[in-house]
Design a protein around this ligand. Structure first.
Ligand SMILES: [Mn+2]
Length: 336
């Protein structure tokens, strides 16, 4: 269960190549068809209701095998959804949006990542499929994707899709304990520790602001300089707070993308992550940054929640509720 990377894929060695390719293509098409049809259904409903200029659409990408340590984030999306709709709280976000209004929030379900990998789809193709699924959501005005990870490797294909679909770069606000900007990690260019190197190389972001950083080495700083990344480290957060709580982003580009690694939060607030790194942001710090941000949020992701490390047996644990509240507040930020 822990090591899902090794499931499935290696059992296909004896299948004839042409049969394997034919079956793979059908699994790929079936996976994308489900996302496409759900996006059409939800988009049609919202357009019929009228009055929405931007509606947040959840898209789960349960992918965990590009983690360098644990793979539990592959199991996160259903836990986040359950916590979002937990009766212990109500559907109102802090600033008064109602997430049970389909014009504010809808859901197109999860991409069938494990089924794709079980059919032998490799990562080059899988990343393209993730991008394709994001574009299918964006096809259906007024839907805007809020992607539930998954490990942080998914941000690369998601941001790429958003930028390609909108026809230019975005500004990215990236909240994380780590810069995730290694050229490659343990030989994996798709590693969850390398997603922002791929994004910057691709020219998908004009500005990249990294906030909450407190585990960074020389390569992380050098890569940051190389790509012109604005890295705000926790050790200077008290000095940077005023600036970070009054951000204005996305002008002159296609909008703002927000990527939240749950480990940006101090482990006191969110212990259910793979890489526990003390000295992080409080939940209120993150909300202040989000609530006060000015800009058109075109898409977002919440990644790296690891339900296998959340207390209370993962059952509505504290980190699930934290991740869910981040999703709820991001929903309010995106929808209009
Ligand atoms: Mn991280």
């Amino acid at each position: 269960m822990l090591n899902i990377a090794r499931r499935g894929v290696r059992n296909l060695h004896n299948v004839p190549k042409d049969l394997k390719e034919k079956c793979q293509s059908r699994v790929v098409e079936a996976s994308l068809s489900l996302i496409r049809e759900k996006a059409k259904l939800k988009g049609g409903l919202i357009r019929a209701l009228g009055g929405a200029k931007a509606t947040t659409a959840l898209l789960g990408v349960p992918l965990g095998h590009n983690s360098s340590f644990l793979q539990g984030p592959a199991f996160a999306p259903p836990w986040i959804r359950e916590a979002m709709w937990c009766d212990s709280t109500n559907p109102s976000t802090e600033e008064g949006k109602e997430i049970d209004d389909p014009r504010v929030l809808t859901d197109v379900g999860d991409l069938a990542v494990q089924e794709l990998r079980d059919s032998g789809v490799d990562d080059d193709r899988l990343m393209n499929i993730v991008s394709e699924s994001v574009k299918l959501v964006m096809e259906e005005s007024p839907l805007r994707p809020l992607v539930l990870g998954g490990d942080h490797s998914i941000s690369y294909p998601v941001v790429r899709a958003v930028s390609e679909k909108l026809g230019g770069p975005v500004d990215i606000l990236h909240l994380d304990a780590h810069p995730d900007i290694y050229d490659a990690f343990e030989g994996n260019k798709y590693s969850h520790a390398s997603s922002f190197a791929r994004i910057m190389e691709g020219g998908y972001a004009r500005r990249l602001l990294q906030v909450g950083i407190r585990s960074i080495n020389r390569e992380g700083r050098e890569q940051g300089k190389r790509f012109g990344v604005e890295q705000y480290e926790m050790r200077t957060f008290s000095k940077d707070r005023d600036f970070l709580e009054n951000l204005k982003l996305g002008e002159g580009v296609k909008g703002v993308y927000i990527s939240i690694d749950v480990d940006c939060l101090d482990p006191a607030f969110a212990p259910g992550v793979s890489h526990i790194e003390p000295g992080g942001l409080s939940f209120r710090d993150v909300l202040n940054i989000l609530h006060n941000l000015q800009g058109d949020i075109v898409a977002a992701d919440v990644v790296e929640f690891n339900p296998q490390r959340d207390p209370v047996d993962g059952m509505n644990g504290i980190t699930a509720m934290a991740a869910a509240k981040l999703v709820r507040e991001l929903t309010a930020k995106i929808s209009k």
